[in-house]
Design a binder for this molecule. Sequence first.
Ligand SMILES: C[S@@+](CC[C@H](N)C(=O)[O-])C[C@H]1O[C@@H](n2cnc3c(N)ncnc32)[C@H](O)[C@@H]1O
Length: 252
Amino acid sequence: MSGEHDLLIDLHRGTERQGPGGTAETLRAVELAGLDRAAPLRIADLGCGTGASAKVLARALDADVIAVDTAEPFLEELRAAIAADPALARITTLNRSIDDLPFAEGELDVIWSEGAVYTIGFEAGVAGWRRFLKPGGTLVVSELTWLTGKRPAELHERWSGEYPEVDVASAKLAVLERHGYRPEGYFVLPERCWRDTYYAPLEARFDPFLERHGHRAEAVALVAAEREEIAFQRRYAAYVGYGVYVATRHDG
Ligand SMILES: C[S@@+](CC[C@H](N)C(=O)[O-])C[C@H]1O[C@@H](n2cnc3c(N)ncnc32)[C@H](O)[C@@H]1O
């Protein structure tokens, strides 16, 4: 293992979630989407990581869940969890980029994606994924979002530089409308979805990670960058967070 990408995966593997989120919030989105718990569904979970949301969906719904990611170590972890728990038997894994998906037109009842669309850009993601949904099918996607109309300049400049698509919820909803979706709902992930389910388990991994990598420069730099990002997000949590967007494919 040498590259920065491999180090990043090594730091995050073994955690329940690789981004902000929570079981209660995944279930809240299921409710908001009005998904029928008794109907057989075909769901793709895009950028699934180690499968936190895929597992919640498999347990809560009568669903085949295709969990898609390009990080094989994350998919390996998910496959081990599937093998150990019969309730997860209907999850399958797919190592494929979320901008190059093999699904047929109209194949899916639901597209789910927590904390991953930013890797290909929100607009490109939702526009490209739409055709895989059945008419009336549901999209649930979480995305970095400005929570207020105004924000400190330091915050604005940093995130606009790192992710130019960061915007307010009304702009995200407009993107969905422009690309043939009917917005059905939106909520903000509460702060504990960052603090308790994402950052705390990650912070607990810093020291063992540094030990494992002999405190070499790349590993030390990665941990320093993660610590800085955590501190920055904590400082500005009132202004920026993750929005969860629920929309349906609208035809006509
Ligand atoms: C912030 S993590 C979120 C993981 C998971 N959904 C969660 O909420 O815990 C983003 C995930 O997207 C994956 N990813 C990044 N680019 C991707 C791509 N082009 N195609 C598929 N997965 C990708 C990463 O490997 C990582 O697992």
